[in-house]
Design a protein around this ligand. Sequence first.
Ligand SMILES: *[C@@H]1O[C@H](CO)[C@@H](O)[C@H](O)[C@H]1NC(C)=O
Ligand SMILES: *[C@@H]1O[C@H](CO)[C@@H](O)[C@H](O)[C@H]1NC(C)=O
Ligand SMILES: *[C@@H]1O[C@H](CO)[C@@H](O)[C@H](O)[C@H]1NC(C)=O
Ligand SMILES: *[C@@H]1O[C@H](CO)[C@@H](O)[C@H](O)[C@H]1NC(C)=O
Ligand SMILES: *[C@@H]1O[C@H](CO)[C@@H](O)[C@H](O)[C@H]1NC(C)=O
Length: 471
Amino acid sequence: MQQALALALALAFTATAAPVATTEQPTPTRTFALSGDLYGPATLRGYDPSLPFSTEDTAIPEDKIVYASGQASDTIGAPFDFKNVPTPQPIRGTKGGTDPGPKQPEIDKTHPDILAPPQSDHGDVPQLNWPMDLSHVKTGLNRGGWSRQENLRVMPAADEFAGVDMRLEPGAYRELHWHTSGEWAYIINGSARIGAVNTDGQSFYDDVTKGDVWFFPPGIPHYIQGLENGTEFLLIFDDGNFSEDETFLVSEMFQRTPIDVWAGQLDLPVSAFADLPDGELFIFNGTEAPKNVAEQNITGPAGSIPNEESFSYHWSLQEPLVAPGGTVKILDTNTFPIATDFSVALVTIKPGAIREVHWHPSSDEWSYFIQGRARMSVYVAPGNARTFDFGPGDVGYVPKVCSHYIQNIGDEEVILLEVLKQKQFTDVSAGQWLGLIPPQVLKDHLHLSDESISKLSKEKPYVVQGSKIVQ
Ligand SMILES: *[C@@H]1O[C@H](CO)[C@@H](O)[C@H](O)[C@H]1NC(C)=O
Ligand SMILES: *[C@@H]1O[C@H](CO)[C@@H](O)[C@H](O)[C@H]1NC(C)=O
Ligand SMILES: *[C@@H]1O[C@H](CO)[C@@H](O)[C@H](O)[C@H]1NC(C)=O
Ligand SMILES: *[C@@H]1O[C@H](CO)[C@@H](O)[C@H](O)[C@H]1NC(C)=O
Ligand SMILES: *[C@@H]1O[C@H](CO)[C@@H](O)[C@H](O)[C@H]1NC(C)=O
């Protein structure tokens, strides 16, 4: 580095000024024992009967293929369980073929519908699944925690929302900051203290725990501190281009404003700022918060933020609606008016059950899988569909008006968030729609029998139990 700099300076001087004594350059001595050539001979181009070729047999004989149950004969698009299949193959019924490799069977096992898509898949649908486990981790200072994010740089179709998964160790902070987007947050684990101040000088402090929610509008400065057992939470921003690297930080605000302005504005001597941090704090360790949040409830003449504008909602305490195959609870501006751009459903789906075929007429959907294994097919007119598999920590995305379902394909309950960018959570239930169509019209379209039509429901079930169809 120093050598390069010395060389650059020497060159700069020789280029601009009259004879200057150049310093003597050390001669590099390191050598590598490279052998062979980078390129092959021109004689390898084209046909030559004398050239040898690989005689390895790549065919996998039928009796050596291990199929998942139903895989060899599938005609109904059922989910496969590759758990006990050593090397799952891209075969469904009569379609596909063997894959001798290279491959990573562990990925195939968790993504059976990517390897062997149901025959209902068709055409080109953009990537609508991003595992946070593949996101770059941004590490905080002094073991304070970390964050990782999904945005349109990693999933270009997800242009309406971005998500951040963040961990704060006990006492650690996400530093005082603000940003251009609104921030809706769900606590995945542990508890946190949050604080914010609005444009009227009203302040807000609260402690939130696993299953609770907060929202900070664009531009409103806030901070988050992990309580004694630490916390992990999910931040959802109403802009697909959002990046955690582009937030406004209190540390940088001090570094990017002349000290004489701070000294003047805060009426302090310049020496008061001698210990300001170098660079960003972002996530860093701190002193533990006092147990009682009331001790940190600083208010000014404008008082606290009024209840109807509360930045927190203790969603963990809301009892869900119990559906035939799981549960649903909704948080939107009906009960949490400050979060005007966000309406969210927390859905649980029992093993084998299905969050029914539905679509959202006026918003894209950003979803996050907290627990379990699921698959989702998205039908995108005209004519296209693709099926994706999800596990804990995965983000899903469904463009506006595209029909989709979420089926639990694992052994434990699926828990997920469905996030819409609108004031009220809305969806069209395919089952309810069909139940409200005159039977004659339905028969003319789909050729269903009277008996089948009599089983349709006029209600929206949200999550149905479904039944495992053995082939
Ligand atoms: C919460 O943290 C505990 C302790 O590390 C862990 O066992 C549990 O799985 C976590 N919960 C979730 C939802 O990840
Ligand atoms: C931290 O964990 C301990 C042990 O489980 C529990 O007693 C305590 O209430 C927890 N504190 C918080 C703030 O959750
Ligand atoms: C996202 O941000 C980048 C850089 O900030 C910009 O070049 C790009 O046009 C933006 N994309 C969208 C879809 O807004
Ligand atoms: C944060 O960690 C550093 C390094 O371990 C330590 O010197 C410092 O005192 C800690 N700060 C706080 C506020 O605990
Ligand atoms: C803070 O004080 C205000 C008014 O005195 C009160 O309404 C609010 O509930 C307090 N918040 C906390 C976290 O103690």
